[in-house]
Design a protein around this ligand. Structure first.
Ligand code: TXA
Ligand code: MG
Length: 318
């Protein structure tokens, strides 16, 4: 067994970031691939390692509400209310950017995405570092987001940056993104924080992308994808398909049907989201002909999960 890599101390992590290096950081949603957001060369290293197109903007992670004004030029009252209520937490706010925010971070757009992650280690790091950290999910472009330090190592192998190991992510899927730079405000990506929770602050909140929306890479059709082809079926057809195709693995709800191989996740949206990416990674590693995924319920609490599965279905097998 290879020795478990050591995790840097906060002081070492700060030194890496000040030196323009990359660092994988834990958050409550997924692990991020972080660099000093004021250092365009460091930010360019994120794009190179991820293989991400350079016009896709990154979220800037900040210690809290007081740091918003270092990045945003206009701060609507609703942004202050949302940050007060939901930060630190899985909510990213898109605001008009200050002119000194590097284009490398915003993909040349006039807005910036800001969020304060709810993870004690990363909040300590942000306070010690004193600036903002540009960080996309720490996976190669289009692939499954990592929810543990081990996933980040698997993702990048020898090229993995130092990883601040904060244990498994508690939420397990990416933050909800709300665009407050336009009227009316709009949800650009579904996440753990649901529309109903935002409505008291944003009564005219819209959902879904419009053609003039800024680029959100999680909004590409193919994303979060395993290498194994995937199909989604409701339970009865899933069991039939599994009987016909012995080389498949299942991702079932609640309990794995008898005489099938695979994994099951709880039939409760938040618990399912928590385990989804780890389950997809595990099933992808089994070299099956197919991953057969049981269709989750369609209620509003399942929106974020169904969004991720839909995109994984499009990209799977590529
Ligand atoms: O939970 C999360 O949000 C995780 C953790 C690490 O914080 N981060 C994450 O980053 O999911 P990433 O890069 O994989 O997805 C961020 C999304 C992208 O789809 C990006 O296009 C969008 O946020 N985004 C960032 N800045 C934006 C902006 N100014 N306008 C519109 N979309 C933006
Ligand atoms: Mg991502």
């Amino acid at each position: 067994m290879p020795e478990k890599p050591t995790t840097p101390t906060i002081a070492e992590a700060v030194a890496i970031l000040r030196g323009g290096g990359l660092l994988a950081i834990p958050t409550e949603t997924v692990y991020g691939l972080a660099a000093d957001a004021r250092n365009a060369e460091a930010v360019a290293r994120i794009f190179a390692l991820k293989g991400r197109p350079s016009d896709h903007p990154l979220i800037v992670h900040i210690a809290g509400i007081d740091a918003i004004e270092a990045w945003a030029s206009t701060i609507p009252e609703s942004a202050k209310q949302l940050a007060t209520h939901f930060w630190p937490g899985p909510l990213t706010l898109i605001l008009k950017k200050r002119s000194d925010v590097p284009d490398a971070v915003t993909g040349g757009q006039d807005t910036v995405g800001l969020r304060s992650p709810d993870h004690a280690l990363t909040l300590s790091l942000l306070r010690a570092f004193g600036g903002g950290l540009a960080a996309p999910s720490a996976n190669r472009f289009g692939r499954i987001s990592p929810t543990s330090a081990g996933h980040v190592r698997d993702e990048f192998g020898e090229n993995a940056p130092p990883i601040l190991d904060g244990g498994p992510c508690t939420v397990g899927i990416e933050s909800t993104i709300v665009d407050l730079s336009q009227n009316p405000p709009r949800i650009l990506r579904e996440g753990h924080i649901r529309r109903e929770q935002l409505l008291p602050f944003l009564p005219d909140l819209q959902s879904g992308l419009v053609s003039a929306s800024p680029r959100v890479s999680g909004s590409l059709d193919a994303h979060y994808a395993p290498r194994t082809p995937m199909r989604m079926l409701e339970r009865r057809r899933l069991i039939e398909a599994a009987a016909d195709e012995p080389h498949c693995v299942l991702l079932a709800l609640d309990a794995l049907p008898a005489k099938t191989q695979g994994l099951s996740l709880p039939a409760q949206a938040e618990a399912y989201a928590h385990g989804l990416y780890a389950a997809l990674r595990e099933l992808d590693s089994r070299d099956a002909a197919y991953i057969l995924i049981e269709q989750p319920p369609s209620g509003t609490d399942w929106l974020a999960v169904n969004d991720r599965i839909k995109r994984a279905l499009v990209g799977a097998g590529a």
